[in-house]
Design a protein around this ligand. Structure first.
Ligand SMILES: Cc1cc2nc3c(=O)[nH]c(=O)nc-3n(C[C@H](O)[C@H](O)[C@H](O)COP(=O)(O)OP(=O)(O)OC[C@H]3O[C@@H](n4cnc5c(N)ncnc54)[C@H](O)[C@@H]3O)c2cc1C
Length: 301
């Protein structure tokens, strides 16, 4: 099906994009990689009067390393994150990008578009939650930096104004004197599908395996990806071993029991619950094994 007629505007720079968004407001949709927006327009689920193409905003295509953080432009594609040298301290970024869709989707789709689209099964959202990332949102009048978890509102909905543009994602860098492990575990029905359960974990451990920093992101099991903060609290400051992993898994299991777990054509709720618990436990044992010197390939192949 063809989309309903719309007016196409190509933004020449960030200020021009913000000007167009201020002018058309809720009548406009931003076009980034188009991997989600174009199919929705063709199916006429979304029919904007104006499409503001930001694809040529080269300032948003950069990955910049700052002293304590990495700044990723909203238009950085999934593919350009894979094995990117600027992200070597955060291998979870590459592991996440690698499992998104297929090569075409990874070439065109952007990290900013994925966050903005707020799909409950997004791969980026749990990983960015685990990394405690913040998002820079700009209008003509203001710029704000919002921790990602506060931006998430509902399935396919962010706390974002219609004239707001996501420009960057900021990820704090882990301390280099610790053992840093990041894992993104996803179960999908077929390779390239959206996940039916996703766990991302980023942990920093001392050489005695005391957890000094931990972030966990859960996706694809309910409407809005989340951080199981109570579980993070149990783990923080503890020595990572079998006993603490089982204690954390028990607490996680009670959180999942209370959750309104998705049930759809891809997987019934009972199956998602089962899988997310397995992935959760596996992710912590994975962190433990990698902290003990095994490689990612050793642990998961
Ligand atoms: C076949 C297929 C398989 C896929 N598989 C996966 C998968 O396994 N895992 C996964 O995570 N994703 C998957 N995706 C989604 C993919 O990652 C998309 O790239 C992503 O959801 C949207 O990014 P985009 O750049 O294409 O955004 P677009 O489609 O251009 O835009 C998506 C939405 O975000 C808004 N938007 C875009 N950029 C901004 C911005 N900078 N500021 C504010 N709003 C903005 C748009 O207005 C639109 O509403 C798949 C997509 C397809 C088509």
């Amino acid at each position: 099906m063809y989309p309903r007629p719309f007016k196409y505007e190509r933004a020449e720079n960030i200020n021009h994009a913000l000007e167009l968004l201020a002018k058309y407001n809720a009548d406009a949709r931003i076009l980034a990689g188009g991997m989600s927006l174009i199919p929705l327009m063709k199916l006429r689920i979304v029919s904007p009067n104006y499409v503001v193409d930001i694809g040529r905003l080269f300032d948003l295509k950069r990955i910049e390393r700052k002293k304590d953080s990495i700044e990723i432009g909203a238009l950085v594609t999934h593919n350009s994150i894979i094995d990117n040298a600027s992200l070597k301290e955060l291998p979870i970024m590459s592991s996440t990008a690698k499992v998104i869709g297929d090569i075409q989707v990874r070439n065109m789709g952007t990290i900013g578009g994925s966050v903005a689209f707020a799909d409950p099964s997004s791969d980026w959202i749990p990983t960015l939650l685990a990394l405690k990332a913040s998002v820079i949102c700009r209008t003509q009048k203001e710029e704000r930096k919002v921790p990602l978890e506060f931006l998430l509102k509902d399935s396919y909905e962010l706390n974002l104004k219609p004239d707001e543009l996501i420009t960057k994602i900021i990820i704090p860098l882990p301390k280099s004197d610790l053992i840093n492990v990041g894992l993104h575990l996803k179960l999908e029905r077929r390779t390239g599908d959206y996940g039916i359960a996703i766990v991302s974990v980023q942990a920093s451990l001392s050489h005695e395996k005391e957890i000094q920093e931990i972030g966990i992101g859960i996706g694809a099991v309910n409407k809005v990806p989340f951080r199981p903060v109570e579980v993070e609290k149990i783990l923080l400051g503890s020595t990572l071993n079998n006993e603490i992993i089982e204690k954390a898994t028990k607490e996680f299991s009670s959180i999942i029991e209370e959750l309104d777990v998705l049930s759809d054509i891809k997987a019934p709720a009972w199956y998602r619950k089962d899988v997310i618990l397995t992935l959760f436990r596996r992710s912590l044992y994975g962190v433990l094994q990698i902290a003990e010197g095994r490689t990612l390939e050793d642990v998961f192949t």
